[in-house]
Design a protein around this ligand. Sequence first.
Ligand SMILES: Cc1cc2nc3c(=O)[nH]c(=O)nc-3n(C[C@H](O)[C@H](O)[C@H](O)COP(=O)(O)OP(=O)(O)OC[C@H]3O[C@@H](n4cnc5c(N)ncnc54)[C@H](O)[C@@H]3O)c2cc1C
Length: 421
Amino acid sequence: VRPADTAQVAAVVRACSAARVALVPQGGNTGLVGGSVPLAGEVVLSLRRLDALGEVDLRAGQVTVGAGATLAGVQSHVRPHGLAVGVDLAPRDSCTIGGMVATNAGGINVVRHGTMRRQVAGVEAVLGDGSVVSHLAGLTKDNTGYDLAGLLTGSEGTLGIVTAVRLTLAPLPTYRVTVVLGFSDLASAIDATAHLRLTVPDLEAAEVMFADGVEMVAEHAGAAIPDALRASVSLLVEVAGRSDPLEQVAGALASLPASAPLAGEPAVAATPEQRDRLWLFRERHSEAINALGPPVKLDVSLPANEMAAFVDALPAVLPASARLSLFGHLGDGNLHVNVSGVLSTALSPDELASAEVVEEAVLRAVVDHGGSISAEHGIGTAKARYLHLCRSPEEIAAFRAIKRALDPGAILNPGVLLPPD
Ligand SMILES: Cc1cc2nc3c(=O)[nH]c(=O)nc-3n(C[C@H](O)[C@H](O)[C@H](O)COP(=O)(O)OP(=O)(O)OC[C@H]3O[C@@H](n4cnc5c(N)ncnc54)[C@H](O)[C@@H]3O)c2cc1C
């Protein structure tokens, strides 16, 4: 069903509630953990028609938009006012603000602006009984009870259907510097990132790539590897602000700690074309990995002190024939772990069973190192059976109590986030 406004969404939810029919809310359907995909005959409720873009409130630096507005649509709407959405994702033309709130999306600028949770100043939503909760004033100070917007953010459509969002906007940077730093090992890149976070206030991205991944992208995209990306570990750093940040960057690089020695000269992109050429290697990682066959794809986060040890420990938990590809948002301790060679396009039951073994082994290694089994993609249906690895029985019981309160008929996204009771 494709309702056009909040009242129609509420009518659909009430009808489904009365008929005891489950619903799957769907935005741009770009989610990576199966949360927007019906598995058992649920009604798919698309929010795409709720795409209104409110007037930009310059005094507050905020805007209210419909849940179905795409990220790119909102970006274009606020850009002429010198404003930006703090979270940016590659599928910006398709993913919706409602879906981004529901998954608490992250992306490359989290190191600067935080996840979607930090951009949300208010939410309107339809709860599981069809009632509408709306708190869109966007007041910075508003201590009047439970933070429903915070609760709905990251709830993956299991507590309510987001229909509108009040977004806090970020200043649009006018200057941008892109630098690649090469290191001989991951520990050095982690220490360099910690240093940059402390010394470069305008740090906007710190993305990590490894030599084998860079080679894989070069082969897949038919692109020559820039000299800057030839180190064992490359850190793609972007700094952006309202004044030229080059001095900030130069100062930070001149004072890198002894534990973060550079392997070669840093490379600075001097033109937009050079910047695009560097980013191509980061942005086309997923595509190059997919070309090897369906990967076992995991999105995890690790404490900075444990990440290098986790990466060292990974090969031992994988089958010898598996090919491991890692990349991610080092600025927020987020690694994308991809294991190729376990699944083929046949997706036979044996392969799927092997994939589950690999998945569980990697996630257990993550938890053993103090990490999270989902950094930014959410739990969806894909990881629901592993939730217990990083959430205690008491926490899961509290989750279920909240779910019962806001969705008493259990019609919203059954099977997502919480494993079957
Ligand atoms: C190439 C690619 C790159 C990506 N990069 C990133 C990245 O860097 N960082 C990141 O965090 N994610 C990333 N993603 C994942 C995805 O884009 C995000 O999770 C995005 O927020 C999903 O938005 P969507 O509108 O497509 O939601 P959908 O995929 O339609 O839905 C996602 C979940 O939210 C629920 N939902 C959707 N709309 C609503 C609503 N209005 N109310 C309640 N629940 C709702 C769905 O039921 C589902 O559980 C990437 C995906 C792709 C394909």
